[in-house]
Design a protein around this ligand. Structure first.
Ligand SMILES: [Zn+2]
Length: 98
């Protein structure tokens, strides 16, 4: 998260927004879970556990749509001939919504 979703102040890395005092803890927790799933997807790919990779890539991308998560989802989807998800990932990578 780069900015507070309530007041658009720059995120300073703390649980409460420094400007409006919105509790950002739940959002930070979601970002951390997304990152953890992303790392698990990479580790699963490295150990050739492609089903596990696909699962974690989907979870990561559903929690937080980053270009890296979208790329990983596209790659995992292609490995399982899920071209619909692969295209969705590409569109997310390029900033197009679908
Ligand atoms: Zn704020």
């Amino acid at each position: 998260m780069e900015r507070c979703p309530t007041c658009n102040a720059k995120y300073a890395g703390k649980r409460l927004c420094h400007r409006c005092k919105t509790d950002l803890g739940a959002l930070v927790a979601i970002e951390e879970r997304a990152y953890a799933h992303l790392e698990k997807a990479k580790a699963a790919f490295a150990s050739n556990d492609l089903h596990e990779m696909f699962f974690h890539a989907k979870r990561s991308c559903s929690l937080r749509r980053t270009p890296e998560a979208a790329k990983l989802l596209s790659c995992a989807a292609l490995l399982f001939n899920r071209f619909d998800l692969a295209i969705k990932g590409v569109l997310l990578c390029t900033g197009q919504k679908k």
